[in-house]
Each structure stands twice: as C-alpha cells, then as structure tokens.
Design a protein around this ligand. Structure first.
Ligand SMILES: O=C1O[C@H](COP(=O)(O)O)[C@@H](O)[C@H](O)[C@H]1O
Length: 314
C-alpha cells in the first residue's frame, strides 16, 4: 500500500505557508564514571556513593567519560549553554554527513527537545547548513490533527521547520487521518520505501533503518519516544513503527519508532534539562539496577550516543 506520509505533510505546509511547494505522495513509497577536564572544570559521578561533584564552578560545560555503551555525557551550566552546544553539534554533523552522502536524515522527538533546538535556526548555523539536503522524521507522534496543540509536528513546525528552507517533500509526518495502527503501518511503509530508494540508510547489522541523527528528549519517568516504562511496546523487536492506544502520558493514541530502530541509529543525541529528570538520568548513567528497567536505559545505538544535560538534570 502506498504511504501517504509525504503528501499529508506537503498539503499541510502548503496550507500554512503557500511558499512551500506541493509534493506528490510518498509512492510505495559500570557504574563508575570519571570526568575529564574540558578546559575549565571537571566532574565526578560515582554511582556507588550517589555523589556527583563539581570541582570547579567556572565552567559552562564539562564532559563525563563513561563506558562506550553510555556514550559521551556533556553537562552544561544552563539550558541556554546546552542549546548553543546542541546547535553546533547538529550543524557540524549535518554538514559532515551531507558532504559525504549528499543528504542528511534526522529524527525529532516532541516535547522540550524542540525548544532546545532553537539556536540551530539562528545565526551562524541557519546560514551554514544546506537545509535542502535534510530529511526530517519523527521518533514518535501523537495521533491528533496536525493543528492540534498536542501534535509533535505542529511543535516542530512552529519552532523549527517554518524557519528553515527544508523542501516540503523531505518532511515525513504521519497520516493522522488513519487509526493509530494504520498510521504506524503507513509510516513504516514510508520508511521502507525510503530505504529502497536509498534516501534512508539501512543498518547492515540489524536490517533496520539507520538514521544519521536522532534528536531525542526523555520524560521524567525515563520514557523515550513513546516507549514508556513497563509498557509492552518497549519489547517490540520486529516492527519498525508501532502504535500505542494507552499511553500513560496523554494523548493516549500515538505511534513510535521501536527500540531496534532507535538503536540502529548512526548518532543519537539525548537532550535532557531540568531537575524533574535528574532521577531518571542518574538511573540511566549510573546503571542503577531496579526491578524495572527504564526505556532510556535501553538506548545503545550502533553509532554514537551523546547526552546533552543541563546542571539541573545532571
Ligand atoms: O510525550 C512525549 O514526551 C517526551 C518527553 O517530553 P519532554 O517535554 O518531557 O521533553 C518526548 O521526547 C516525546 O517525543 C513526546 O511525545
């Protein structure tokens, strides 16, 4: 069945901004971590003693070295500093990948992540990035109309997409006119088509799509995408995109990339700010063994994982 994800996005964007062109449908389409100095200060996180010590307060950023599976952990004094560094990271990566492959596939989450991307659509990055090469996807989406305040698409459109010249046909939103299951199947069909046409890479190891970059937030409960603690969707290992009708966080009907798709990524940036998330961050980075494993603890991409934390979350 042909996926309609591209057509839907093109129509909506044309509606909201007539300068966007209309595009045809998507035809089948260990527990112990040591800080390193980053010129200014160093941090130590010791999971055995639950302590996290800053040795100097001069710094705006410090980096914690963790076992490979935990990735790089960057800690910033403020969310503003985090946003500046995130913009540089994303722009540099996009430019590198675009030079190598002439395209860049990037996945957004919803939530606070989108606001933390604000510096990327400002100078100097807005003019240093070749936006025409970007292909944009969502790691999860709420099955609501695209002009609904809960829509992850609407959030990204207002805060990001409306500010940069990414071709409308390169923005892959869900078809929310379908049921949650229908929308998930449709999005998966769309991804499969893009893998076939080589717009989207495929992991040689897992066979799942391999996105160049996933930009993800995390909820205070340790959920990522729409994979919630103790929900059976976390175990899904065959589908690329799955639906959920009983999300503990409203709205209840959503679609989500599955864990194997997330973990096939070439790069993941986990962007987390605020004290309400400190406990889940600690559980993930210190590998706290609770009876319940948080979805964020299962993030282990084929490629690179980088945490962007503000002081409050760290
Ligand atoms: O419901 C969702 O929540 C998470 C976390 O959101 P945040 O506002 O606490 O950062 C988000 O990553 C996900 O995409 C969204 O659908």
């Amino acid at each position: 069945m042909a996926s309609t994800c591209r057509a839907v996005i093109a129509n909506l964007r044309t509606l909201q901004n007539p300068s966007f062109t209309r595009f045809p449908p998507c035809i089948p389409l260990t527990s112990r971590f040591f800080a390193v100095k980053q010129g200014f200060s160093s941090l130590r996180l010791n999971s055995n003693s639950s302590s996290f010590r800053r040795r100097s307060t001069k710094a705006s950023m410090a980096e914690i070295v963790t076992p490979k599976s935990k990735g790089k952990v960057k800690v910033f004094d403020t969310e503003e500093d985090l946003a500046v560094a995130l913009a540089k990271y994303a722009a540099d990566l996009a430019n590198k990948v675009t030079q190598e492959r002439n395209s860049f596939t990037v996945v957004f989450s919803g939530g606070s992540l989108v606001k933390s991307l604000r510096k990327l659509v400002e100078q100097p990055y807005i003019d240093s990035v070749d936006w025409s090469k970007w292909h944009v996807f969502w790691v999860d989406e709420r099955v609501v109309p695209k002009d609904h305040p809960d829509s992850n698409y609407l959030l990204a459109y207002n805060e990001f997409l409306s500010k940069v010249p990414i071709p409308a046909g390169n923005v892959y939103a869900i078809n929310e006119a379908l049921s949650a299951k229908g929308a998930a199947d449709d999005y998966e069909t769309c991804l499969k088509h893009l893998v076939k046409t080589k717009t989207l890479d495929q992991s040689q190891t897992t066979g799942f799509p391999k996105f160049d970059l996933m930009l993800m937030g995390m909820g205070p409960d340790g959920h990522i995408a729409s994979l919630f603690p103790e929900h059976p969707l976390v175990q899904e290992n065959e589908k690329w995109v799955a639906s959920i009708k009983d999300s503990p966080k409203p709205p209840p009907e959503r679609i989500s990339f599955t864990l194997p798709v997330i973990n096939s990524s070439a790069n993941i940036a986990l962007v987390v700010a605020g004290a309400s998330k400190a406990s889940a961050v600690y559980t993930a980075l210190a590998d706290v063994l609770n009876s319940e494993v948080l979805p964020v603890q299962l993030v282990a991409p084929e490629g690179e994982l980088t945490w962007f934390l503000d002081k409050e979350a760290a």
